[in-house]
Design a protein around this ligand. Structure first.
Ligand SMILES: [Cu+2]
Length: 115
C-alpha cells in the first residue's frame, strides 16, 4: 500500500472507532412493576448509551416516569410498554410511578445511573 492510502485507511478506522464510542452501546432492560416495586429498581448505563426498556405492570397498572429524561409511560395490569431513549446526561436520576389508584405507588421508585 502506498503511503497516502495507508494514512487514509488509518484515518477512516479511527473515525469509525470514535463515532461508535460517541454513540454509546444499546442497553436493554426488562423491568417488572409488582407490589409497588420496580424490579430491577436500579439501572446503570454509560453516557450516550441507547437505553431500551420493556416495562410490564404485572399486578395492577403502573407507570414509569422520569422528569429529567421526559419519560411518561403507563402500562395497564398485565400489559407491557416498550420505549427507548438516549442517556445523554450523566448523573443519578429517579424514576417513579405516578398513578393514584393505590397510595403505595407513591413509594414506587427506582434509580437510573448514567456514568
Ligand atoms: Cu404504580
Amino acid at each position: 500500500m502506498n503511503r497516502p492510502l495507508a494514512m487514509l485507511a488509518v484515518a477512516v478506522v479511527s473515525w469509525v472507532g470514535l463515532s461508535a464510542r460517541e454513540q454509546g452501546q444499546t442497553r436493554e432492560f426488562t423491568i417488572t412493576g409488582r407490589d409497588h416495586r420496580y424490579s430491577p429498581a436500579r439501572l446503570e448505563v454509560n453516557k450516550d448509551d441507547l437505553v431500551k426498556i420493556t416495562f410490564t405492570a404485572a399486578d395492577m397498572p403502573h407507570s414509569f416516569n422520569s422528569e429529567h429524561y421526559r419519560i411518561a409511560k403507563r402500562a395497564g395490569a398485565g400489559q407491557t410498554v416498550t420505549f427507548e431513549f438516549r442517556a445523554d446526561q450523566a448523573g443519578s436520576f429517579e424514576f417513579y410511578c405516578n398513578l393514584k389508584q393505590d397510595e403505595r405507588c407513591r413509594d414506587m421508585k427506582g434509580t437510573l445511573v448514567v456514568r
